[in-house]
Design a protein around this ligand. Structure first.
Ligand code: PLP
Length: 814
């Protein structure tokens, strides 16, 4: 007999369950339910179903005493959860039907969920794609991070300038988190270390402050499996033993201030990318979540095994970049100070437990902390780091006796100027494996910034090329293409993306190509609607959609793209009837709040757009738009509508890129440099199906070594000179003609560090080849299909299987 009290009884129709959640949990009569009410109720139905899978998987892993992987990351750029959860549960069509009863569309319902934007860009999105794949592949796994009260700032544009708004994503609560009031750990700071009497005695850390880390869980559904993964996020709170009311009797302002001292640690995500934030609060954040996570890992292990002696047999801890690197010292501390391990045993265990992913080749982006700051915030950890360093440098000395330069470069402490702890060096020394995120990047790590470590430990370094989850970035973002692929290949490709190779044969079928173009046309209409809604600019959806969407950064060279746009604008004016392929150039991306040059580039994009979009002589031949507030949900509309994917970083600067993968998977052709994963994309889609231009990494190095002279290039190229002169003279900022003089001067006189001028000519010539191909729509769609067909290796499932087999040694469970 079906019980009417159970809101998720399996024999219930989904519509009935939604109605009951409306009545019991949301508190509205089903007939009166609004869009947000329905979002909430549908989410509750999905949540309950996922919870059941979660409990089952968790108890199976406990019973099996499974080896698990713990992925520590400062950022998880998740986006929305409802669509993904319904797809994983196979409830999407039932859900569409149930909200249809209320005269709503599922798309509208989903659109009222705020993005969980707990990340800046690629690094955080990678962590989110990895969680999806860990669950789908069936790895016993946890993600660990911070439950930021405010995620990545929301971006709006005013007068062409970026405005940052706080992102109170938790304001109205979220159905996707499960508070765990019983799970909390003390995290301590400051104070001093009491020197032990005998050398064998355990030192005592007399800390000065303490916060409590409280656990909030998110269930991560797997696709094509009942397995799920867990994302555990930590919120900072005053420890229970501090009685705020007694402490501040009646003085509420002081009480609030006092409470803030504890809670500010998990208040806000640092809006930085590719430049570390050197603030004390950031160091506290890093230690806070790392310490809580490792304490949690040890507690789980002890509950299951009763001993830590076999910790490294059952636990793999992964460092997503150096932000959790202090975990190396924290595990040593916990084992020695609190669990009675000898130093030697603790250190051996630590090295077997950790592995580390590096995300950058740019030395200025490697994280370091002043020794003086670490002494003040984490005195015991600094002591441990010094001892690790001492023993490590003895090893280095044995390999190259007397080579002090070698030791100076390897040292965990940078002794030049203010002494600083090098977090990358700590991560390498504390890990058994270190990986880069594309073949080129991993090769360059060993050849350049980590060459000394590679000389010591060649086997420690390896490659794991990034991937993206095809569930969010194809099935969910692009239902049209998904259905088309299903109609030819069946649905197995969704769990084995290599099966997309089957599309190679389809590319020869004119009917398939026509359907493929119809899907793209539909997606371009959707993108055109988003452009209109967010910018007010009307674009012709039959134009070539040329997109560059990613963080705004000099190394990514949005400015090079813009130089091409201005070049094209001037060329159209000079030769209006030259048979131009109509283009819409789309930018989107945020600039770090403190990054002045990146913000100037955003403003220049808007100023150039103002002129071009309002120039009646240009019409549909060229449009330039900037879609504000780039994030996961915006990306889900942009990727399917793109024809051309701009991946134009200076060779040797982009570690991998994942935006490049999402765009190619949705049938965009790449115009890109020989950089990051572009190289592997070229190898997989074929040289004829991608536009590669520009100086390659060794050439970039040679040009810099020979003394690069951008002024020579400027003087030698009249087209380039005219473009730079027009921007510098105020052609796009007539109200303030000198506005962009500094930006242009940074190229001409400031050394043009990212070699825009060196690559300009080849870039513009390659853009002409893009036009030529686009004129032949049959040829273009063949190549676009070849791109989709070649994207199998860029599934994050492939990446995660490689990590699991070669680094973590964790076995997928059925
Ligand atoms: C994929 C993604 C990125 C990374 O883009 P790149 O082009 O690899 O820099 C950044 N932000 C969001 C929202 C993404 O989805």
């Amino acid at each position: 007999m079906p019980t009417t009290n159970n809101p998720n009884h399996a024999s219930d129709s989904l519509a009935a369950r939604v109605e009951r959640h409306l009545l019991h949990n949301v508190g509205v009569a089903p007939a009166d339910a609004g869009t947000v009410d329905l979002m909430s109720a549908v989410s509750q139905v999905a949540r309950a179903e996922l919870s059941r899978r979660w409990v089952a998987g968790d108890s199976a892993d406990r019973a099996a005493k499974a080896r698990r992987v713990y992925y520590l990351s400062m950022e998880f750029l998740i986006g929305r959860s409802l669509g993904n959860a319904l797809a994983a549960l196979g409830l999407d069509s039932a859900a569409a039907g149930s909200v249809g009863d209320h005269a709503r569309t599922l798309e509208d319902i989903q659109a009222c969920e705020p993005d969980a934007a707990l990340g800046n860009g690629g690094l955080g999105r990678l962590a989110a794609c990895f969680l999806d794949s860990m669950a789908s592949v069936g790895l016993p796994s946890f993600g660990y991070g911070i439950r930021y009260e405010f995620g990545m700032f929301a971006q709006s544009i005013s007068g062409g300038r970026q405005i940052e708004h706080p992102d109170p994503w938790l304001e109205d609560g979220t159905p996707w988190e499960f508070p765990r009031p019983g799970v909390h750990y003390p995290v301590r700071f400051g104070g001093w270390v009491e020197r032990a009497e005998s050398p064998d005695a355990v030192p005592v850390w007399r800390h000065a402050g303490e916060v409590s880390a409280k656990a909030y869980d998110h269930v991560i559904p797997g696709h094509g499996t009942e397995r799920v993964s867990t994302l555990r996020l930590w919120k900072a709170a005053a420890p229970a033993h501090i009685d705020l009311h007694a402490f501040n009797s009646g003085d509420y302002a002081r009480a609030a201030e006092f409470k803030n001292q504890f809670e500010n640690i998990s208040w806000v995500l640092y809006p930085n990318d590719s430049t570390p934030a050197g603030r004390e609060l950031r160091l506290r954040q890093e230690y806070f979540f790392t310490s809580a996570s490792i304490q949690d890992i040890l507690a789980r292990h002890l509950a299951e095994h009763g001993t830590l002696a076999n910790l490294s047999d059952k636990v793999a801890i992964h460092l997503n970049d150096t932000h959790p690197a202090i975990g190396v010292a924290e595990l040593v501390r916990l084992l020695v100070d609190e669990h009675g391990f000898t130093w030697a045993a603790a250190w051996a265990m630590t090295q077997k437990t950790f592995s580390y992913t590096n995300h950058t080749l740019m030395p200025e982006a490697l994280e370091t902390w002043p020794v003086a700051l670490m002494q003040q915030v984490l005195p015991r950890h600094l002591e441990i780091i010094f001892r690790i360093n001492h023993e490590f440098l003895v090893q280095a000395q044995a390999l190259r006796p007397g080579d002090m330069e070698f030791q100076r470069r390897l040292s965990l402490i940078d002794e030049g100027g203010e002494r600083r702890v090098r977090m990358a060096n700590l991560s390498i020394v504390g890990s058994h494996k270190v990986n880069g995120v594309s073949k080129l990047h991993s090769d360059l790590l060993v050849e350049t910034i980590f060459s000394d470590f590679a000389a010591l430990w060649p086997d420690r370094f390896t490659n794991m090329t990034n991937g993206v989850t095809p569930r969010r970035w194809l099935t969910q973002a692009n239902p049209g293409l998904t259905q088309l692929i299903d109609s030819r290949l069946g649905t197995a490709w969704r769990r084995d993306l290599d099966l997309l190779r089957g599309l190679v044969a389809q590319a020869d079928d004119p009917a398939f190509r026509a359907e493929f173009r119809a899907v793209k046309a539909h997606n371009k209409h959707r993108l055109a609607a988003l452009i209109h809604k967010t910018t007010g600019v009307t674009v012709n959806p039959t134009s070539l959609f040329d997109v560059q969407v990613k963080r705004i950064h000099e190394y990514k060279r949005q400015l090079l793209n813009l130089l091409h746009v201005v070049t094209r604008y001037r060329a159209i004016l000079a030769q209006p009837n030259a048979g131009w392929v109509p283009r819409v150039v789309v930018f989107a991306g945020k600039a770090a709040s403190s990054y002045t040059t990146a913000k100037n580039i955003i403003r220049l994009i808007h100023d150039v757009g103002q002129v071009i979009n309002h120039d009646a002589r240009i019409g549909d031949k060229l449009k330039l738009v900037f879609i504000p507030n780039y994030g996961v949900s915006v990306a889900e509309t942009i990727m399917p509508g793109a024809d051309l994917s701009e991946q134009i970083s200076t060779a040797g600067t982009e570690a991998s890129g994942t935006g490049n993968m999402k765009l190619a998977l949705n049938g965009a052709l790449t115009i890109g440099t020989d950089d990051g994963a572009n190289i592997e994309i070229r190898q997989n889609v074929g040289d004829d199906n991608i536009f590669i231009f520009g100086k390659k990494t060794p050439e970039v190095a040679a040009i810099r070594a020979a003394g690069y002279q951008p002024m020579r290039i400027y003087e030698g190229n009249p087209q380039l000179k005219a473009v730079l002169d027009s921007i510098a003279a105020g052609a796009f900022s007539p109200d303030e003609p000198a506005r962009y003089r500094p930006l242009i001067d940074s190229l001409l006189w400031g050394g043009d560090h990212y070699l825009l001028l060196a690559d300009y000519e080849d870039y513009v010539a390659t853009q002409a080849k893009v036009d030529a191909l686009y004129r032949d729509q049959e040829a273009w769609s063949r190549k676009a299909i070849a791109n989709v067909a070649g994207m199998g290796p860029f599934s994050a499932d492939r990446t995660i299987r490689e990590y699991a087999a070669q680094i973590w040694h964790v076995a997928p469970q059925a």
